[in-house]
Design a protein. Structure first.
Length: 143
């Protein structure tokens, strides 16, 4: 019986400790994305409707800018090569915004690489924005 009492005491104390860590832990803002349609034609049709700008371009620079409630914002300079939607000018450098890569839903770009970009226009700022749920891909990896 003393062994059972000791085990129960340990379990109760462990549960209290876990509850305290959970209650006072910083809030995580992990990104959750819907699965894209496996049919490429349907995925493109859905993206055409959902995104404000669709283009290919080369990343020329990355600059950490301001902060938001989701973390540090990164300004991505990109030179569009082909523009299918969004009114951007070919070969005229533009910028898009994303959050710092990681749990804050940011997209990880690499300078010098070519991407196909699916961007949303922020209605408050007018900036084109990208997050990790966007079907944006490095062009070598696009399928």
């Amino acid at each position: 019986m003393p062994k059972l009492k000791k085990t129960l005491s340990f379990l109760v104390i462990s549960l209290i400790a876990v509850a305290q860590f959970t209650a006072f832990a910083p809030k995580a803002q992990a990104c959750s994305c819907a699965e894209p349609d496996p049919d490429p034609q349907k995925m493109v049709q859905e993206a055409w409707t959902e995104y404000d700008a669709i283009f290919s371009g080369t990343i020329t620079s990355l600059e950490i800018g301001g902060s938001s409630s989701f973390g540090d914002e990164i300004q991505v300079s990109i030179t569009p090569i082909d523009v299918w939607k969004g009114g951007l000018e070919k070969n005229n450098k533009t910028s898009i915004r994303t959050q710092e890569y990681g749990d804050t839903c940011g997209y990880e770009f690499e300078v010098g690489e070519l991407y196909i970009v699916y961007a949303l226009k922020n209605s408050e700022t007018g900036y084109l924005t990208i997050n990790s749920c966007s079907p944006t891909k490095k062009l070598a990896n696009a399928s």
